[in-house]
Design a binder for this molecule. Structure first.
Ligand SMILES: O=P(O)(O)OC[C@H]1O[C@H](O[C@H]2O[C@H](CO)[C@@H](O)[C@H](O)[C@H]2O)[C@H](O)[C@@H](O)[C@@H]1O
Ligand SMILES: O=c1ccn([C@@H]2O[C@H](COP(=O)(O)OP(=O)(O)O)[C@@H](O)[C@H]2O)c(=O)[nH]1
Length: 453
């Protein structure tokens, strides 16, 4: 029998219902369903006290094991060290990074708790796959408890340059914890190179093809760009849900072309500059007034973190200003929506949109870019405008690649996308789909688990 897959991530979601917004949950649900695995993580609930034993339940073929966190642990570990410190630092935003030793201690404490609750559930032949920046130290904590099974770690977000990483007082401890895993996966080759440079220059370690040595240990490490379930996502767009959504939106839009953006409300996604680019397009292309419209779906994320609250206010103001400046009685230039839309409905919305606008300032991968392309009608596909600084840009060379800091370039790409001839749209779409069908989520999972097992 093949070994059981045990996936561990901070956030888990229902396997049956629509997963929460966020690419990690989406990628893992698909993997676990196929592998009949165990998924361990935070329940998403805060309680009087953090729990030390997991609550285990079954959803179809997948076993879910969850622990609650106390408000204090949640605030210091998740909102604190993970999202006030590691998230901005790893997205190259030193200006937003908070350094707080108490938060780091809570981060270690919660990882220790997770290890204690997980280890009694493990079987001898399990393959354990830990996910993301919340859980760097989990491998070391499991090893401390005597866990000898194969342990893999995948980082869904970018890895920062050594000049930024070393501003973190605990940089050495964090990287040391990677060396307790048997295999580490990053999204793209550039992330691996950034860690390699740290290992050589700051640790005096050695780097080879697919491995690194430091702390007297050897680590296997490679890029495994995460994919989507391309064929299934395409079907979503044409299923009854997707079709209903598509027809409803097309009726509403009439002959207007829609630009769509779908992002958690996160400063890394480049939403303010994106709106600037749209504003510039409206300034420079009077002919586009009343002919195009921009739908930005932006579900609220990490709303308890101050940087997210500030950013939300700024964005709301911006959208309102653009609508006030250019809007007409029968035309709203931007529709800005905080509601989280289920994935099946999203597929229909993507399909109804002439342009997919994905312009993060920095992003581990960005699954929305992939989903937008997968949802298109190959006979009349829309065009993807994609930031060079999303991991997805390494694979999606036939999108219109832009520098999100260059407002003029993004505005120009929007105009190019809006007016692109059918032949060129089909040609670009065809090449993008070939890549997405080949490097899909099951290929990602298979390659990682084969390398681990
Ligand atoms: O759990 P939250 O704090 O609500 O955040 C949602 C998830 O966001 C991040 O997703 C990343 O993973 C994607 C899939 O690999 C990737 O496409 C994207 O670029 C990343 O930002 C985060 O890494 C997850 O841990 C969060 O659950
Ligand atoms: O209203 C929404 C917004 C987003 N998503 C999903 O959340 C994921 C976002 O993943 P991505 O890699 O683009 O970014 P992340 O949020 O993980 O940083 C994608 O699968 C989206 O389809 C969703 O289901 N509903």
């Amino acid at each position: 029998m093949s070994p059981r897959l045990v996936a561990v991530s901070n956030r888990i979601s229902s396997v049956r219902g629509a997963p929460l917004a966020g690419g990690l949950a989406v990628a893992l649900v698909d993997a676990l369903r196929e592998k009949r695995g165990l998924w361990f993580g935070w329940s998403g609930k805060t309680a009087d006290q953090s729990t030390d034993t997991a609550n285990v339940s079954q959803e179809g073929d997948v076993t879910l094991a969850t622990v609650d966190l106390s408000q204090e642990d949640h605030d210091a570990y998740y909102s604190g060290f993970a999202n006030r410190c590691l998230w901005p630092l790893f997205h190259f935003r030193l200006d937003l990074t908070g350094y707080d030793r108490a938060h780091f201690e809570a981060y270690q404490r919660v990882n220790r708790r997770f290890a204690g609750a997980l280890s009694p559930l493990l079987r001898d032949d399990d393959l354990i796959w830990v996910h993301d920046y919340h859980l760097f130290p989990l491998g070391s904590e499991l090893r401390r408890l005597g866990v000898t099974q194969r342990l893999g770690f995948f980082l869904h977000i970018p890895f920062p340059p050594r000049e930024l990483l070393t501003t973190l007082p605990q940089h050495r401890s964090l990287v040391r914890s990677l060396f307790d895993y048997d295999l580490v996966g990053f999204q793209i080759e550039d992330d691996v190179k950034r860690l390699a440079s740290y290992v050589e220059q700051d640790l005096g370690g050695t780097v080879g093809d697919g491995w690194m040595e430091a702390f007297g240990r050897r680590l296997n490490i490679r890029a495994f760009p995460v994919g989507i379930d391309t064929a299934r996502y395409h079907d979503f767009a044409f299923s009854s849900h997707g079709q209903r959504e598509y027809l409803r939106l097309r009726e509403f839009l009439r002959d207007r072309d829609q630009i769509i953006g779908v992002d958690r409300l996160d400063y890394s996604k480049g939403l303010v500059r994106r709106m600037n680019a749209y504003e510039l397009l409206l300034e420079s292309q009077a002919a586009a007034h009343g002919r195009i419209t921009y739908l930005q779906i932006a579900p609220i994320s990490r709303g308890e973190v101050a940087a997210y609250q500030d950013f939300r206010r700024e964005l709301e103001q911006h959208a309102a200003n653009i609508n006030g400046r250019f809007g007409q009685v029968d035309w709203v230039p931007i529709r800005y929506v905080n509601e989280a839309i289920p994935r099946r409905r999203l597929a229909g919305l993507y399909r109804a949109s002439r342009v997919g606008l994905v312009t993060p300032m920095r992003d581990g991968m960005n699954l929305v870019a992939k989903e937008y392309v997968a949802a298109q009608d190959e006979k009349d596909p829309g065009v993807l405008v994609l930031s060079r600084f999303a991991g997805a840009a390494q694979q999606m060379r036939d999108a219109l690649l832009v520098n999100p800091y260059d407002t003029e370039e993004v505005a120009g790409a929007l105009e190019q996308a809006r007016t692109m001839p059918l032949d060129e749209r089909r040609n670009r779409h065809h090449k993008l789909m070939e890549g997405l069908l080949r490097d899909d989520v099951s290929d990602w999972r298979r390659r990682f688990l084969e390398a681990l097992g």
